[in-house]
Ligand binder design. Structure first.
Ligand code: NAD
Length: 271
């Protein structure tokens, strides 16, 4: 799928991976770019991209990705201004790390990871990405239906691509019960969507980044990174967000690539 001229949505666009992906899509001459995040920083990023490329290609949208009304408004606004959305990279994500079951030293009692926290992580990391993706599929399905088009044929060219952001933690990581479960969940959603949405000419894949140099990972602290991440990463460094952005664009533009791509810098955690 040629990125040039397409309409793309990136959530979590103010974060490390989202921002780098926005920059890379702009470099590859995407037509229009919706930069979605809960922070206002997306407006500054949009200005930066537009200035760099000398045209208004990017626009910021501030809101919560878990809110349905916000999601449908962004898609409606994009459709009215630029037409059908072809690329969706729902990258907004959070971590709420904690052991599944632990003995609380202060109260001297057993504590279970809070269900409320698990549900929050699921809303942001699993349900929201899937629904941002479904909104893309719905837009394309609706357009094709209204134009009398039925089952998509490969000679038409791909209509849309969705890339979910999984994680190496999807294979399990101590202290990341909710996070790893949501990232593994994206695998099932992507496989199902790949099978269903291709009827409308939409493909779907998952990239599983290893530990990448973004605010999410920096929040773990330098000591944690040096002691627990670098020694278990064969490249002996954090991945740069630009490397993930490049891999995402590769997945979008090479339609033969399906399923998952592991961009993990050789992450091999000890048992
Ligand atoms: N950094 C890594 O090592 C790494 C590794 C594997 C996967 N990932 C995944 O990549 C994605 C991007 O991560 P990152 O490292 O760039 O993180 P980041 O913290 O730098 O960026 C995440 C962005 O998502 C936004 N966000 C969070 N909740 C939101 C909500 N409810 N509504 C709107 N925006 C919201 C935040 O404001 C932030 O800008 C996440 O899904 C993350 O799980 C990151």
């Amino acid at each position: 799928m040629n990125i040039k001229g397409k309409v793309a949505v990136i959530t979590g666009a103010a974060g490390g991976i989202g921002r780098a992906t926005a920059m890379e899509l702009a470099n590859r001459q995407v037509g229009s770019l919706a930069l979605v995040d809960k922070t206002e920083a997306v407006h500054e990023l949009a200005r930066e991209i537009n200035q760099l490329h000398g045209r208004t290609m990017a626009a910021g949208y501030t809101g919560d990705v878990t809110e349905e009304t916000f999601r449908s408004w962004v898609y409606r606004d994009l459709y009215e201004k630029h037409g059908i959305v072809n690329i969706c990279i729902p990258a907004a994500g959070i971590t709420r790390d904690g052991l599944s079951v632990k003995i609380d030293k202060q109260t001297d009692s057993v504590v279970i990871y809070p269900g409320k926290t698990f549900r929050l992580v699921t809303e942001v990391n699993l349900i929201a990405p899937v629904y941002w993706a479904l909104e893309l599929v719905a837009g394309i399905a609706d357009y094709r239906h209204k134009n009398g088009l039925k089952r998509w044929n490969h000679t038409e060219g791909l209509q849309g691509t969705i890339i979910f952001i999984g994680s190496v933690s999807s294979q399990g990581n101590k202290g990341q019960l909710s996070y790893s479960a949501t990232k593994a969940g994206l695998e099932g959603a992507a496989s199902t969507l790949m099978a269903e949405a291709i009827y409308h000419g939409v493909r779907c894949g998952v990239i599983h980044p290893g530990f990448t140099d973004t605010p999410m990972v920096r929040a773990l602290g330098e000591d944690y990174i040096e002691q627990n991440i670098i020694p278990q990463t064969q490249l002996r460094r954090l991945i740069q967000p630009e490397e993930i952005a490049d891999a995402i664009c590769f997945m979008i533009s090479n339609s033969a690539v399906s399923g998952s791509l592991w961009a993990d810098a050789g992450w091999r955690p000890a048992a």
